[in-house]
Design a protein around this ligand. Structure first.
Ligand code: SIN
Ligand code: CO
Length: 387
């Protein structure tokens, strides 16, 4: 299924991705939401789930934010209209949402952040704002009226003294009412405001875009952690400083610059850090390995009984290649992938899709290297059997 409608993936990437918004009517024909508003409210009662309620006081242009976990009473106390419940990372709790994310695999999976669900009665919105990441907004239930404005930046004025960032003004350039199954793509920094027309749910697929400051800090922290403290600044070629002993001269600057350059330009380290960072789980504590380690004999029969192997919803997978060797990372951890051709192929196949048909991997099951790989991934609780 092409969720981009008439537009090919290539056209989407070259003309819209990170460049301009796009409305796709009926991206998901006859769309049926995997959840109803009660399910979403129910999730927000769970202390492991990140949720917020935003209440807008239209008359006074003021906003109130409450943070979950909520209680049943939190909902009975709410006004009839003009509020929004936002529940983060629903893909980690509801497998159908993890599958929905899989529909966006034309973007690298390690770029995805999470799927957030919002529920709002009539008039509910999070206000005119902009995000610093790409987002696909899928209308899940009811209708939402979207207004889109221009790209914003640091200088764009926001209303003072509010717990949320709301734009002072927004020049509306496009307006659309979305029905279930319609989808709106918004690149980073574009002003947008979606107001519920009636009881409505919207699913936001958001992407990860680390700030350059985070990249710099993260990578240098990673490098520093591996450096031996005995490795020090040296200046065996020092010239006499007697004329101006307080001067930090060009030679010294050059020596420091060299320390930085030599450390930073290590592609091997960069790959490792990237795979580690981009697979770091959103909520570390949600993922646990199997309590009791299994042996191959314990799972061998399951490959005949089950039909599919599925990536755990709480796992993030990515790999890079070192020469031709697959370096697989899951949830920030390097995984041992045997060198055999079979294990290398299997590792990629398991990483690249959320569901793998067991039928498609049967030829690997007799290889001990592949058995070791599967066993490690199942014991790590990164894969589970379905069907
Ligand atoms: C919403 O679902 O109400 C807001 C999503 C967004 O603006 O990013
Ligand atoms: Co937004």
């Amino acid at each position: 299924m092409n969720i981009l409608g008439d537009i090919s993936t290539e056209t989407f990437l070259s003309e819209y991705w990170q460049k301009k918004p796009l409305l796709i009517r009926n991206a998901f024909p006859e769309f049926e939401s995997p959840v109803d508003p009660d399910d979403i409210a129910g999730l927000s009662l769970d202390e492991d789930v990140e949720s917020r309620i935003l209440i807008e006081d239209m008359a006074n242009q003021s906003w109130q934010v409450q943070h979950g976990p909520f209680s049943e009473e939190s909902f009975t106390d709410l006004p009839k209209e003009n509020w929004t419940l936002l529940v983060q990372a629903v893909d980690q709790w509801i497998p159908e949402f993890a599958d929905l994310l899989g529909q966006f695999s034309f973007i690298p999976s390690w770029r995805r952040d999470d799927l957030m669900v919002s529920f709002a009665p009539k008039g509910g919105s999070v206000g005119p704002h902009y995000d610093l990441y790409d987002v696909f907004l899928v209308q899940g239930m009811g209708q939402r009226h979207w207004q889109l404005g221009p790209r914003c930046d640091d200088n764009t004025k926001t209303l003072p003294d509010l717990p949320v960032k709301i734009l002072e003004t927004m020049n509306v350039e496009h307006e659309w009412t979305l029905n279930p199954g319609d989808m709106l793509y918004i690149p980073p920094s574009y002003a947008h405001n979606g107001v519920a027309v009636n009881d409505c749910m919207t699913f936001s697929i958001g992407f990860r875009a680390p700030s350059e400051a985070d990249v710099l800090q993260g990578f240098t922290d990673h490098l520093a952690a591996e450096l031996n403290n005995d490795k020090r600044y040296t200046d065996p070629d020092l010239k006499s400083a007697a004329v101006s002993p307080a001067l930090i001269d060009e030679d010294a600057i050059q020596r420091f610059s060299q320390i930085l350059q030599e450390n930073i330009s290590q592609p091997g380290q960069l790959k490792k850090w990237l795979a580690q960072t981009m697979t770091e789980p959103k909520y570390d504590e949600l993922h646990q390995p199997l309590e009791e380690e299994l042996e191959w004999q314990d799972i061998e029969s399951l490959f005949k009984e089950a039909s599919v192997l599925t990536q755990n919803e709480t796992s993030r997978w990515a790999y890079f290649k070192d020469d031709l060797q697959v370096c697989l990372f899951i949830n920030g951890q390097p995984q041992r992938v045997p060198e055999s051709k079979g294990a290398q192929e299997l590792a990629q196949s398991l990483a690249n899709q959320r569901h793998v048909n067991i039928e498609d991997i049967t030829s690997y099951l007799s290889e001990t290297d592949c058995q070791d790989l599967l066993l490690d991934l199942i014991n790590g609780n990164y894969l589970y059997f379905e069907g």
